[in-house]
Design a protein around this ligand. Structure first.
Ligand code: CP
Length: 302
């Protein structure tokens, strides 16, 4: 038995610029007519969660129903995977029961191993390294707000994490200038080593330098899943990177605030920005569904 060549979405690098642009266009079409596609009619999609989720689970489950398909949500601790069954065998069994599988797991290697052996499309619903479905929704929100993407500047401020990495990768494909401001020790250059997976994204330390001229100021939690042991230290180190009205005022006059959620108001973002007139954060959360529906149509062409 050998590896298969099913169409996967693990980091976002599987897409070309042209395909990404078409996906975003399709996401906007689906947003304006959510029940217009029955692309998943008769299809069953498994959603495997090793970690908690609100937006990802809801948006995939709702989106699959809107596309005429069915989803099966699996908790990893309820599978034989938790008792030592291999990822390879899990992939082989999934491939004989459902038409695609989404995975939220810690180690990116687990996702890659599953994709290696699955004969069905595998898509990444978050690993410690990548969150490409989030980046699709981020770009959809920018395109919806500004009309087109090439030439936009997006400043991500705070922890150099999976969300920042995926924004950098997909932003480059979309022609968006991504600047990531993180304190020493939290930069993707510190985490990824000499060859960070950030493509053309600029990595800086000063949040004001990052937001200068930016059309979007983006942040994420300071204590991600798995970082709980160092929470107090992280909050101290990242405090100068809080997105507040002052920082937003240093960006472009038309700048919007983004956050992938869940938020911790008073930590990485103030309440005023989170619910204020310049945020597009709740649209961004909704756009998970529309962007992912376009992705599913791409991964499961009829
Ligand atoms: N942004 C995001 O992935 O949210 P959930 O963790 O709630 O799925």
């Amino acid at each position: 038995m050998t590896e298969t060549d099913a169409r996967h979405f693990l980091t976002g690098r599987e897409l070309t610029s042209e395909v990404l642009s078409a996906l975003l266009e399709r996401g906007l079409e689906l947003k304006s007519a959510p029940r217009s596609s029955s692309a998943l009619e008769g299809a069953i999609v498994a959603l495997l969660f090793e970690r908690p989720s609100t937006r990802t689970r809801l948006s995939f489950e709702a989106g699959i129903v809107e596309l005429g398909g069915s989803s099966v949500t699996l908790r990893a601790e309820e599978l034989q995977l938790s008792r030592g069954e291999s990822v390879r065998d899990t992939a082989l069994v999934l491939s004989r029961q459902v038409q695609a599988v989404g995975v939220r797991t810690g180690e990116h290697d687990v996702l890659e191993e599953l994709a290696r052996w699955a004969s069905i499309p595998v898509f990444n619903m978050l690993t410690a390294l990548h969150h490409p479905c989030q980046a699709l929704a981020d770009l959809l929100t920018l395109r919806e707000t500004f009309g087109s993407l090439p030439g936009l500047r997006v400043a991500y401020v705070g922890d150099g994490n999976n969300v920042a990495r995926s924004l950098a990768i997909l932003g480059e494909l979309a022609g968006v200038e991504v600047v990531i401001a993180s304190p020493p020790g939290y930069s993707l250059a510190d985490i990824d080593g000499p060859a960070p997976e950030t493509g053309t994204a600029e990595l800086v330390a000063d949040p004001r330098e990052a937001v200068a001229g930016a059309q979007a100021v983006y942040t994420d939690v300071w204590v991600s899943m798995g970082d709980e042991q160092t929470a107090a230290q992280r909050r101290r180190d990242l405090a100068p990177y809080r997105v507040d009205e002052d920082l937003l005022a240093a960006a472009s006059a038309d700048a919007i605030a983004l956050h992938c959620l869940p938020a911790h108001p008073g930590e990485e973002i103030t309440t005023e920005v989170l619910y204020g007139p310049r945020q597009r954060i709740w649209d961004q959360a909704e756009n998970r569904r529309h962007a992912q529906k376009a992705l599913l149509e791409h991964l499961l062409p009829s």
